[in-house]
Design a protein around this ligand. Structure first.
Ligand SMILES: [Zn+2]
Length: 188
């Protein structure tokens, strides 16, 4: 076994112990044997147009294609770094990214025309942050409200025909008056 003299650093347990080395070798061999059968990212790579070749995360896509982005209940919630040696660095990076995103968003909103802003607000109303169940419920509520509005709109011709009846009555009255003036009315 080589001594770590060249680098001057003490050997890690992995380098010192034959047992640990054997564990590492076994694990790597098992991974290499299985890597071709592991699930692949289902996304298409923009650069080539072919299927992405990265191993998939639990979500079915790789981390480059949003595999690490929370879904369902965790959707749109910030993911804070896990505890570890790089925690502070990652936290700072996360906070900086959030601040940059916030500034970009507000600049984008300020640059919008009234019509664009109206469309944006509509989109936001239809894509509320929350659990999948809450969004499903909101979708059902919207569909119900839409069918209710359609029902009301279908009733509207009745109201119009009422108005038409009133106009017709006025017309009849005017005709009667005309007949009277012309001397050919019902009493004529
Ligand atoms: Zn991918």
């Amino acid at each position: 076994m080589k001594e770590g003299k060249s680098s001057g650093r003490p050997l890690t347990p992995w380098q010192r112990s034959a047992e640990f080395r054997a564990i590492a070798v076994r694990t790597l061999r098992a991974f290499n044997a299985a890597r071709n059968t592991l699930p692949r990212c289902s996304a298409k790579a923009k650069s080539t147009g072919d299927r992405c070749r990265q191993p998939a995360m639990a979500s079915g896509v790789c981390r480059y294609h949003g595999g690490a982005t929370p879904k369902g209940k965790g959707w749109h919630k910030p993911v804070w770094p896990a505890d570890g040696p790089a925690f502070e660095k990652k936290l700072h990076r996360k906070l900086k990214t959030q601040e940059r995103t916030r500034k970009r968003k507000s600049a984008k909103l300020n640059a919008m025309t009234d019509e664009e802003r109206r469309q944006h607000d509509n989109w936001r109303r239809a894509h509320k942050i929350g659990s999948a169940a809450a969004r499903r419920q909101a979708k059902e509520d919207r569909a119900q409200a839409a069918s209710f509005r359609a029902m009301l709109a279908a009733d509207e011709p009745k109201a119009q025909s009422l108005e038409a009846l009133a106009v017709q009555a006025e017309l009849e009255q005017a005709r009667a008056k005309l007949d009277e003036l012309m001397g050919v009315g019902i009493f004529g």
